[in-house]
Design a protein around this ligand. Structure first.
Ligand code: KG4
Ligand code: ZN
Length: 338
């Protein structure tokens, strides 16, 4: 029997994306149209502009994903689409396209939680990865430690109480005059700096699994302002490296402690910040020291994409968790057991 083809659709923020997946783990195509250059001049994503761009891009991106996979709509067996969390107007564009296609092709529609999608990017990167494991989800909107007991069983161990890790990267980059999105810029600049030059605060250390990054962000801002007032020179590379070190240390400590307390031995990294080279290096080293297995997504699957949505949708459909055509966008959707 031929493996089912899943068309994945993603439009929760500023990437319009479509992918075709065969079975659960064979990616046939993965097309991403990014709006980053459009939003860069505003220093962040402008929701209304994002929605309008998605409308323009959605069908061409789907067509391109089908063509790249060398299939047509008639070959598609099911459609997986992000329905939250994300920007309401942006989500509605992908969702409307997915519903229209599912209805006209008479195939199942599978509503996918974007955060679960990020975790599932790892199944496309590491062939023999299976639950249970601990997932550290670090994106522009979320920072969470999740216990993944099975393909459809997630429990939240902790999350950020204020800014997400990626958000802190972006905000600190902005005050340093770096371009949007700031994460990759800080990553690059930090390579030339000393991570131990400035001792920035590490909030909620040794206090459970919740995170807090807004104090760190303010500490960087205060540091820069004080230097400016005193007319002292600032070493931007040291600031970037020391800020990044503070984020990485706290993420690593809490991830290791979550593995230890749950008696699990596999750590999975997920979300846009997973693209950070120093974070990946540190998690790898610390996991190795403790004999834990460490898995991270391929670089192209770290930031928003539809391949991860197709993969998540495939495993949901396997368990019969599909949606109807009344499925609506849920901007504040959280991670929970299905
Ligand atoms: O997962 P994602 O693509 O979108 C959301 O679902 O939020 O994550 C985007 C976030 C942005 O904050 C971006 O600055 C951050 O991921 N990011 C990075 C790196 N690449 C992307 N942060 C640190 N280092 C990177 N190399
Ligand atoms: Zn994302």
């Amino acid at each position: 029997m031929k493996d089912i083809l899943t068309l994945g659709i993603e439009s929760s923020c500023d990437e319009t994306a479509a992918a075709v997946l065969s079975g659960g783990r064979t990616l046939l195509s993965n097309i991403i149209s990014t709006q980053t250059p459009v939003h860069r001049k505003y220093g962040g994503v402008v929701p209304e502009i994002a929605s309008r761009k998605h409308i323009v891009n959605i069908m061409p991106v789907i067509d391109e994903a089908l063509a790249a996979a060398n299939v047509t709509l008639k070959d598609i067996g099911q459609i997986a689409v992000t329905y939250g969390p994300g920007l309401q107007g942006a989500l509605l564009v992908g969702l409307s396209a997915a519903k229209a296609l599912a209805f006209s092709l008479d195939v199942p529609l599978i509503g996918v939680n974007h955060l679960e999608g990020h975790i599932f990017a790892n199944f496309l990167s590491e062939e023999n990865l299976e639950p249970p494991f601990i997932a550290l989800v670090v994106s522009g909107g979320h920072t969470s430690l999740v216990k993944v007991s099975d393909y459809n069983k997630f429990s939240l161990m902790g999350e950020t109480r204020d800014d997400a890790a990626g958000e802190a990267f972006d905000k600190v980059a902005r005050v340093m005059g770096l371009k949007y999105p700031g994460g990759p810029e800080i990553d690059k600049l930090a390579k030339e700096g000393n991570p131990f030059a400035i001792d920035f605060p590490k909030a909620l250390r040794n206090e459970g699994y919740d995170f807090s990054f807004s104090g760190l962000k303010s500490a960087v801002l205060n540091y820069l302002n004080t230097k400016k007032l005193k007319k002292e020179e600032v070493n931007n590379a040291d600031v970037a490296a020391s800020f990044q070190e503070a984020v990485i240390e706290i993420l690593t400590e809490k991830a290791m402690s979550a593995l230890n307390s749950s008696n699990l031995n596999t750590l999975v990294l997920a979300g846009g910040v997973a693209a950070n080279s120093a974070l990946g290096q540190k998690l790898k080293t610390e996991s190795k020291k403790r004999n834990y297995r460490y898995v991270s997504p391929k670089p192209a699957l770290c930031t928003d994409n539809a391949a991860m949505i197709a993969c998540r949708g495939y495993y949901q459909a396997q368990a019969g968790i599909v949606s109807d055509l009344y499925l609506n966008a849920e901007p504040g959707l959280v991670l929970k057991d299905l």
